[in-house]
Design a protein around this ligand. Structure first.
Ligand SMILES: Nc1ncnc2c1ncn2[C@@H]1O[C@H](COP(=O)(O)OP(=O)(O)OP(=O)(O)O)[C@@H](O)[C@H]1O
Ligand SMILES: [Mg+2]
Length: 350
């Protein structure tokens, strides 16, 4: 019998595609491969594929670079215009009963035609404050968006066996590396290029999830606008490299002003969470995504939100073997958070 390889976690972002594969060994998880390539701006927009042909070509390029052959893949979607995640309260019923009636239950919460979305749910449990009621996390994703992602991945030569959402990949990554934090509200925040995913966990369960259309492209645009540099140079400046004729002080000012807008958006979501679940506080933030690599970004965020911010280490509990470039991976580690969460999914999990 051939030992079947674990799936590739493929995080198709609007700025980078990341691929991760993780082996289950006797002594725990071990990273089997990590690969990442930038993709051209505009291929992915607003959580949707704008250019399927180019995306397929980019995925192929990454597979080649990372030495990935035919394999199962776990992919994800995100974004406020194609994914709805909502905690709802409904009468107590079994999982089977809910499976049969979820479409009906979901209808009032989904702003799209219910026949155009794929629906999934997770029962959180009975509601202590209301007898006969239970809390459920409802997930609805546009079918057309899922199909586009599946097609692009399949055309690149992978078999998309699971389609997840970014926020849940993050909670998977968190649980494997940090365990379940009892009695605490932990906000998992992933600030990518065009989207920020927020997932607040209470005793390890998602109680508030929101994708917002503000990310580190804000930094890029501020640098372009305020310093008159090209997009490419703005990207270099964000990574701490120097560009001729540009003063580091000006770079910092432009970055800081864009960061303020990102913090303000996150703050609004936290306020919304606090008011919707009854004045609960957030005990800590685990920050991931490319923005977490920007110098000073996590520290300033902690100051602005008044909450402890820890940069996610998706490999905390995953050994990186010598033969992989551990030093490089450590440098960009928070950018791999979603891909790691995806790579840890196994067919048959729920
Ligand atoms: N050292 C770095 N390496 C790569 N990206 C970085 C680095 N520092 C900052 N960034 C920024 O992080 C962003 C990429 O992060 P990430 O890969 O998490 O986004 P994405 O998943 O492609 O986008 P999204 O999920 O929003 O569509 C880019 O805006 C990039 O400029
Ligand atoms: Mg992303």
């Amino acid at each position: 019998m051939f030992k079947k390889k674990n799936p590739i976690g493929l995080d198709i972002g609007s700025a980078y595609i990341k691929a991760v594969q993780i082996n289950d060994t006797k002594s725990g998880y071990e990273l089997a491969l990590f690969g990442m390539i930038p993709i051209q701006p505009g291929i992915i927009g607003d959580g949707m594929i704008a250019d399927k042909v180019k995306l397929t070509a980019s995925i192929k390029e990454l597979l080649k670079k990372a030495g990935i052959k035919r394999n199962d893949a776990v992919i994800s979607v995100s974004g406020h215009s194609s994914v709805i995640i909502k905690k709802i309260t409904i009468p107590l019923m079994t999982e089977d009963e809910l499976g049969a009636s979820i479409k009906y239950e979901a209808e009032q919460y989904v702003p799209f035609d219910i026949n155009d979305v794929e629906i999934d749910f997770q029962i959180l449990g009975p509601r202590p404050e209301e007898e006969g009621q239970m809390d459920v996390v409802l997930v609805a994703v546009k079918k057309a968006v899922i199909k586009d992602y599946r097609d692009a991945v399949a055309q690149a030569g992978l078999d998309p066996v699971i389609v997840d959402v970014d926020s849940f990949a993050l909670s998977n990554m968190y649980e494997v590396n940090y365990g379940i934090t009892e009695g605490k509200n932990i906000a998992l925040i992933n600030v990518g290029a065009s989207t920020s995913n927020i997932n607040i966990l209470q005793n390890g369960q998602p109680v508030f999830t929101r994708d917002s259309a503000i990310g580190s492209n804000h930094h890029t645009e501020a640098l372009e606008r305020e310093l008159g540099v090209s997009r490419e140079d703005a990207e270099r400046l964000k990574m701490g490299r120097s560009v001729e004729g540009v003063s580091p002080g000006d770079v910092q000012l432009a970055i800081n002003s864009a960061s303020e807008e990102i913090y303000a958006e996150l703050y609004r979501s936290f306020e919304y969470f606090r008011s919707s679940v009854g004045e609960e506080d957030i005990d800590g933030v685990i920050l991931s995504g490319g923005a977490a690599i920007i110098k000073g970004f996590p520290e300033a965020m902690a100051g602005r939100l008044g909450i402890e911010v820890e940069v996610a280490d998706p490999f905390k509990n995953i050994r990186i073997p010598e033969k992989l470039d551990a030093a490089y991976i450590k440098e960009i580690t928070p950018i791999a958070a979603v891909a790691v969460g995806l790579a840890l999914r196994r067919v048959g999990d729920r």
